[in-house]
Design a protein around this ligand. Sequence first.
Ligand SMILES: [Zn+2]
Length: 117
Amino acid sequence: MPGGKKEAPEATRIRLKKGDTVKVIAGKDLGKTGKVLRVIPARGRLIVEGVNFVKRHARRTREDRAGGIHEVEASVHVSNVILICPKCHLPTRIGNTALADGTKVRVCRKCGEVIER
Ligand SMILES: [Zn+2]
């Protein structure tokens, strides 16, 4: 095909899961830690508790009687955070391994412990 090959958009495989504690390693919230509230696999993004607050202007509705400006967490890209290992409490990359029964689990690359969930 003329025009050179086009890179396929890389599908980001998210290894983080809801409930994981992550540390922000880029952007305005650098250094903050928080729990993963939501994973958005299609966009390679996460909602992290207390991270990337943005102001949203909300119209007054029946559910939201106050209306006005709300601060809500916006998503952050998965590459901007790193898992904090629940065992050794260090920021770590996630490895994969299989248990004796074949179950695939995540492991901490720092301490080698299995990360639950
Ligand atoms: Zn660890």
